[in-house]
Design a protein around this ligand. Structure first.
Ligand code: FE
Length: 172
C-alpha cells in the first residue's frame, strides 16, 4: 500500500498513533444523493485540473476499505451547482483504503479561501464532515474557518495540480 502517512512497525503499534482529521462546518451547499464517480470533470469545464489522492486510515494506522468519500466544491468562478450535481460526487476507498479524485481547482468566493468540502464515512461509523485547503490559498490567513491541519500537499503535474491528503478517522 502506498500511503503518505508514516505508520509504525508492528512492535510500536498504538491505537492512537495518528491525530484524527479535524471536523469542519458543512456549510450551506451540501446535497445528499450525489452520483458515484471518482472524476468530477466534464467536457469543456473551465479550470485547472486537480487530482487529489491518498488514504483513509484509522488513528491506529490501519487502512479503511470501502469508506465513502463525498466531495462537493465551487467551480472556477466560485459558484456551487445547487440545482444539479456538477462538481459533486462520491466514491469508495479500495481494498487498501485508497482514493483518487479528479476535479478542478475551485475558486475563492466572498468570505472563503480556496477549499473543497468532503464527508468521509467508514462502514458502520458516523460521517466526518470536513474541508481541504491549498498551501498557496491567498486568503487562508483571513478565513476564520481555515485550519492548517487540513492543508493538502500540492505540486504541479501533468498540466495541472497533484494533491495528496490522508484522512485519519477515529473508529469506535
Ligand atoms: Fe464552501
Amino acid at each position: 500500500m502506498r500511503s503518505f502517512t508514516h505508520c509504525p512497525t508492528a512492535g510500536e503499534y498504538h491505537s492512537s498513533w495518528l491525530t484524527a482529521t479535524p471536523s469542519q462546518t458543512e456549510g450551506p451547499y451540501y446535497k445528499p444523493n450525489t452520483p458515484m464517480r471518482a472524476s468530477l470533470l466534464e467536457p469543456g469545464m473551465p479550470g485547472t485540473k486537480l487530482v487529489i489522492e491518498g488514504s483513509v486510515l484509522t488513528t491506529g494506522c490501519k487502512p479503511v476499505p470501502r469508506a465513502m468519500l463525498d466531495f462537493w466544491q465551487a467551480d472556477a468562478t466560485g459558484r456551487y451547482d445547487n440545482a444539479g450535481y456538477r462538481l459533486r460526487g462520491h466514491q469508495l476507498t479500495d481494498e487498501s483504503g485508497r482514493y483518487r479524485l479528479e476535479t478542478i481547482v475551485p475558486a475563492e468566493y466572498p468570505g472563503r479561501t480556496r477549499h473543497i468540502h468532503v464527508k468521509i464515512q467508514a462502514p458502520g461509523q458516523p460521517a466526518l464532515t470536513t474541508q481541504l485547503y491549498f498551501p498557496d490559498g491567498a486568503e487562508n490567513r483571513r478565513d476564520s474557518i481555515f485550519d492548517p491541519a487540513l492543508v493538502m500537499r500540492v505540486r504541479d503535474a501533468d498540466g495541472g495540480r497533484l494533491a495528496t491528503f490522508d484522512f485519519i478517522l477515529v473508529i469506535r
